[in-house]
Design a protein around this ligand. Sequence first.
Ligand SMILES: Cc1cc2nc3c(=O)[nH]c(=O)nc-3n(C[C@H](O)[C@H](O)[C@H](O)COP(=O)(O)OP(=O)(O)OC[C@H]3O[C@@H](n4cnc5c(N)ncnc54)[C@H](O)[C@@H]3O)c2cc1C
Ligand code: SF4
Length: 517
Amino acid sequence: MRLERETLTERNTLLERKTDVVIVGGGPAGLAAAAALREKGVEDIVLLEREDRLGGVLNQCIHDGFGLERYGENYSGPEYAAFDIEKVDELGIETHCCAAVLSVTRDAGWETAAGPQRLKVLTAEPEGEGVYRSKAVIAATGCRERTRGAIEIPGSRPAGIYTAGEAQSFLNLHDLLPGKRIVIVGSGDIGLIMARRLTLEGAEVVCVVEKESVPGGLQRNIVQCLEDFGIPLHLNAEIRKVYGKDRVTGVDIEQTVQFETHSWHCSCDTLITSVGLIPENEILQTEGPGLFVVGNARYVHDLVDQVSQEGIDAAGEAVSYLNSLEMDAGWKSGGNGTVGDGERNGSEKCGCGINRESFSIERLKSVREAKKRELAARKREAAAQNAWENHLTGNAGQKELTCILCPNGCRIGQDLSGARCDKGRRYAREELVEKRRVLTTSVKVEGGDLPLVSVRTDRRIPKDCFKQAMEEICAMTLDAPVKRGQTVCEDLAGTGARVVATKDVVPGTETRQTENH
Ligand SMILES: Cc1cc2nc3c(=O)[nH]c(=O)nc-3n(C[C@H](O)[C@H](O)[C@H](O)COP(=O)(O)OP(=O)(O)OC[C@H]3O[C@@H](n4cnc5c(N)ncnc54)[C@H](O)[C@@H]3O)c2cc1C
Ligand code: SF4
């Protein structure tokens, strides 16, 4: 039961209310937690999302690569989100969009001295502020990007500098190309994915600049986003200066190779930064029992499947917590929820490794630090194993290739050694003859609530056909509504592949921007 903006006027009476669980954030972590809570018998759940639709960052991640662990399939972001949104709808969970949570505090004075305190969730909603007094809160608020300021690039402050997520949102949600000649700083997965996306849309990505000696993103993204399109990656390199008065006109790049440093000027009209993500949880102004932090709000995950699992685990923990409250003689039954039969041992560790009884911000920080160290070690190991340098020269590609079908990124020899599964062996056989990729992009829509619908080919098509395929797709315009799964082209570029929509676009009033950003 989704309350749309138009019907929110009915909610004046709801603006101060008691609940069993408030979930903050309608991305994959929050959606998975909501469904799991209901399946465990919790009735009184409210999910609050500050954007005008559910799905979180997945809405703008129109590429594939989602759901390999959870579903064993390679979905796009909007498809993955749609499954969870449908489930939450089917389970009749109350969700409010355009509802930004301002703070989560402990509601000290509200219960009697004998009873437990509730958490107080303050929201800004279209009608004004709302207060939810909840027994438990699951914070699934995701993360935000580090900006140019955070990495201190010197030079002027012209227009044309964006984070990769901003550029992704411009392009995939608003049909705006951020620039024509682009330098990307940082080789994390988002930067790599944007390098490919911008190239497909006709921009020239001059290079990706990475200050570390190994790429930050997955090997499969180095292959399918950079190597496939001949985009250079400069390692051990940094942007030393940004030029431009009104708009970026160029950057100075400095690179150190074997103790020798050289620098060069690179003209460009856009600089995109992909320099890391920071968990977003400033709204949490309390800690302790009843508060659960999941997904990217806890630490930044590589895979959405892990995020969803954390949401499910946190729901189990929240149910245990609610049950332990019920057993407390001092509890004044304020909420109207009935709690299902989750495990009753309230001090057990949750699947996320946080003991909720001792949960604290300090503890959260140390989990993140440990995770960072683990990720850094994994990256170093992967870089050594994969000998990525050879790959970047293009020489080793003849002898060995990287399987791009899953994040393992196995290195497969011409004799098919190194592949961990049959799927990978099939991929390698095909790749040695002809490179084929699934093409994910978007098609213009008239009269919809979004100006674009994300689409994908229903099979891998020869990479050499991408140019023609993109020309055909750019020439298309659809009329709203468009349904997820709808075929929008029967035979793309003579490859025999169908193009299918990967999200719904309903009739609406989004106006198309005609100018580039
Ligand atoms: C560019 C990119 C590419 C990726 N590629 C892949 C991939 O190929 N495969 C893969 O498995 N994973 C991929 N991921 C990772 C995966 O998408 C994320 O890990 C996952 O979406 C995080 O889920 P989340 O629910 O924690 O956060 P989010 O999806 O960010 O959701 C958080 C939600 O909380 C809301 N929110 C935040 N603060 C508030 C507030 N105060 N009040 C109300 N609502 C709030 C936000 O609006 C948002 O909707 C990618 C991520 C990115 C960014
Ligand atoms: S060969 Fe390796 S990378 Fe390819 S699908 Fe199998 S496990 Fe994944």
